[in-house]
Design a protein around this ligand. Structure first.
Ligand SMILES: [Zn+2]
Length: 340
């Protein structure tokens, strides 16, 4: 089947109380790892690429790799999503490159760093919603700005700024009304990258109750959790055991994500865990077999390690077993849905 729209996939997840991992890619092995994991668990797939990934891999390579993924896995519904579009033009160029879903992150200004005003966010998000929906493409927006409460990672916000930019549920309600988007990313204390929390997060730094309040106000809106890698200890340990130098850190526990899924979370962004798995596998090979120089001998095990992480998340989030049950819709088929 061709690439499908995010909206129909998330609607099915909502009706059946599960979440879907949105996994970042920038090369062939990562795309293969996700597809293998999905095949082995019968999972629907959300693959996403950021602006940086599009630059690194080049849109044409990405587009054709995604077409290969779809061709080789005809039974799996696959969404191609743009992660953190910084301006409407980035979203529009993604749509031209066959992305079936885009994120317009207007919570930050075009520089991707400075928290923006509500009016700016609303205006750019609405502009993308209008253009994307006319083509049946799904849209994710963000309200509040992501950044760890503890250390202000993520958008580079300080701890105080991050606290100020947590999602306000009342404003979230207004934002959905004003923009008509399909999925809403919220700031609840998570951040991008490996260094999320200095100790296992408690409720004062990971504000899951905000999700419950947002879901209560917006029961029909699909909530997205960003920065939701769990940063497993064993993956940190493998990297450090083979010459790596990661500071001890803590991610978002899978149980907290599962709690979110009970309250409207449908898309869960995971990138760091895949990176850690691949890096650990490569470090191990380099340390144990320094005579190796064939990239297949280390990229293959790296891919295998990412498959395991992806499978674990697909099972934990509940998407496993649902690939064949989703009423798949292409973007062309979604045009009428948005007109009505
Ligand atoms: Zn993000």
């Amino acid at each position: 089947m061709p690439l499908v729209a995010l909206r129909a996939m998330l609607d099915h997840a909502a009706e059946n109380d599960y979440g879907i991992a949105a996994l970042n890619v920038n090369n062939m092995e990562q795309i293969q790892a996700i597809m293998i994991a999905a095949q082995e668990t019968d999972s629907p797939v959300i693959i996403q690429a950021s602006r940086g990934a599009r630059q690194y891999s080049n849109d044409a390579y990405l587009r054709h790799l995604m077409m290969a993924a779809v061709e080789l896995n005809p039974t799996l519904p696959v969404v191609m999503h743009l992660d953190h579009g910084n301006v409407p033009e980035t979203c529009f160029s993604a749509i031209e490159q066959n992305f079936t879903s885009v994120m317009m992150d207007g919570s930050l200004e075009a520089d991707g760093k400075t928290p923006s005003s509500y009016e700016y966010n609303m205006k750019v998000t609405k502009q993308v919603v209008d253009a994307a929906h006319a083509k049946g493409v799904s849209v994710e927006g963000e309200i509040g700005a992501l950044g760890g409460i503890e250390d202000g990672h993520g958008a580079g916000l300080s701890e105080e700024e991050a606290k100020e930019h947590l999602t306000d549920p009342e404003q979230a309600e207004q934002f959905v009304k004003d923009t008509g988007l399909d999925a809403l990313a919220v700031a609840i204390g998570t951040s991008h990258g490996a260094y999320k929390f200095a100790k296992k997060p408690t409720g004062d730094v990971l504000r899951m109750e905000l999700i419950e309040e947002i879901h209560r106000r917006l029961p029909d809106t699909h909530i997205v959790m960003h920065g939701s890698s769990s940063v497993p200890q064993e993956l940190q340990d493998i990297i450090n055991a083979y010459g790596g130098n990661l500071k001890q850190t803590y991610g978002v526990p899978v149980e907290e994500i599962q709690r979110g899924i009970k309250h409207g979370v449908r898309k869960i962004n995971v990138d760091t865990d895949s990176r850690l798995a691949m890096t650990g596998a490569i470090r191990k090979i380099f340390a144990e077999s320094p005579e190796q120089f064939d990239p297949r001998k280390y990229l293959g095990p790296a891919r295998d390690a990412m498959v395991e992480v992806c499978k674990a998340r697909m099972i934990a989030f509940g998407q496993a077993g649902n690939a064949g049950k989703i009423p798949t819709k292409t973007c062309a088929e979604m045009v009428d849905f948005y007109k009505s």
